[in-house]
Design a binder for this molecule. Structure first.
Ligand code: ADP
Length: 407
């Protein structure tokens, strides 16, 4: 009590002697006792102040207790304020019903038993205090909510701006890369025609220059194609569904000579567990892993690649294991970064985008990627995706992703 604010208790009685008596009964509660001799005065006070409970005499000249209660109840802020009616004589059942109808919470008859009145008033004071605490907590929570809502609005606005900026960049890079490919193809095509059909006119050093032009155009075409593939994988809305992983692997192997004998020995180890993903996207990711697996091998070794799946709870790991040059532990983090080439460009051609496409594509399909490697022995790259269950998977439609198998 010591630190708590006193609460108001309004006592209404037209007889000063009774007010004094009520005062002596309620004073020990240590609250603010507002003693008024008419219903009107009570109303006047209540319109400006809060109050925990009203002790109201029923029989008053002019406006009696019931009329006063009716007026009090008409104020929305006082709708729930507890009223204890005090009656000089036992009221009839009808009167009592009338009292309850206008929201009386209790009746006391004269002579009042002090302990009973004190206990009842104390109970309402306690209730009032608890309600005040709840109201304060609710206000505090509402303020916090308002603050959070504002923060969410700010984040949403920023996200929207970011999304618009991303869309612009993507549209720009897509059209630029697309438009760049046509002149490159022309350069490559015409230099090849010069080399084959005009070999008499362009020979020796001239033929060498033409070869270089053709090679540079090819490299640049591959770079643009990979940038395009990356932007496709990054922006496409993916429709995820159960996929036939063996089928996808076979298609990749059939369409790339670098993965076939005599250039390489690629083995699919049964059983292959199916996953949920996007077909073109998974095709793209596995193609990149396989082309790397046969590319980063020393010249004196036949590339040998083993593909296997491991069920890991609700997910499946597709592993591509090679017998290549491996990657030193210090460089393992770099390989999935854009242009994160570890081995020299002159020994192994490439542009350092392939594994970035893999990481992005797999992340977009809800999976993860990783690698284990031992220099000189080989590497094992893996893709982990949700296992294909029996339920159909519902996702969004999307434009197809152009596969970018490097050979
Ligand atoms: P790229 O193949 O065009 O160089 P990637 O993004 O596919 O680019 O690979 C990034 C780098 O990771 C490669 O340059 C190479 O250094 C390393 N790497 C990728 N796959 C393998 C592999 N199977 N064995 C050894 N190194 C690899």
């Amino acid at each position: 009590m010591a630190n708590e604010e006193k609460v108001n208790i309004v006592v209404v009685d037209d007889q000063p002697a009774k007010l004094v008596a009520l005062d002596s009964i309620l004073a020990p509660l240590g609250e603010n006792l507002i003693k008024v001799e008419s219903g009107l005065k009570a109303l006047e006070f209540l319109l400006k102040n809060q109050c925990a409970v009203i002790v109201l005499d029923v029989n008053m000249p002019g406006m009696d207790g019931f009329e006063t209660a009716t007026l009090i109840r008409q104020r929305p802020s006082l709708e729930r304020t507890p009223i204890i009616f005090v009656s000089a004589y036992n009221v009839s059942d009808l009167d009592r019903l009338k009292g309850y109808g206008i929201g009386a919470v209790d009746y006391l008859y004269v002579p009042i038993v002090p302990e009973v009145l004190r206990a009842k008033v104390q109970a309402f004071v306690d209730l009032f205090r608890q309600r005040q605490i709840i109201i304060r907590q609710a206000e505090h929570l509402a303020a916090q909510n308002r603050e959070k809502e504002e923060q969410i609005r700010v984040i949403q606005r920023l996200n929207e701006k970011l999304r618009e900026a991303n869309e612009e960049i993507e549209a720009f890079s897509y059209s630029v890369s697309h438009d760049l490919r046509a002149p490159l193809r022309a350069m490559r095509g015409y230099s090849e025609i010069l080399l084959t059909e005009f070999s008499g006119a362009v020979a020796g050093e001239g033929a060498d220059y033409l070869l270089r032009i053709s090679k540079a155009a090819k490299q640049m075409d591959a770079l643009i194609r990979d940038i395009l593939a990356y932007s496709c994988v990054a922006k496409a809305e993916l429709f995820l569904q159960p996929l036939d992983v063996s089928g996808i692997l076979r298609t990749i192997m059939e369409t790339s000579e670098a993965l076939q004998p005599p250039r390489a020995k690629v083995t699919i180890e049964d059983p292959i567990v199916n996953v949920v993903g996007h077909e073109a996207c998974l095709n793209q990711c596995l193609s990149n892993l396989l082309s790397n697996a046969v590319k980063f091998v020393t010249g004196d070794r036949l590339p040998e690649v083993r593909i296997m799946t491991q069920a890991r709870g609700s997910r499946v790991r597709i592993c591509v294991k090679d017998n290549g040059i491996g990657i030193a532990p210090a460089h393992l983090d770099r390989v999935f970064q854009m242009f994160g080439r570890v081995h020299s460009g002159s020994a192994y051609d490439g542009n350092g985008i392939g594994l970035t496409i893999v990481r992005k594509g797999v992340e977009r399909m809800g999976g993860s990627v990783g690698v284990e490697s031992e220099p000189g022995v080989g590497s094992m790259f893996w893709i982990e995706l949700p296992a294909a269950g029996k339920e159909p998977v519902l996702m969004d439609l999307q434009p197809d992703v152009e596969p970018a198998v490097k050979d």
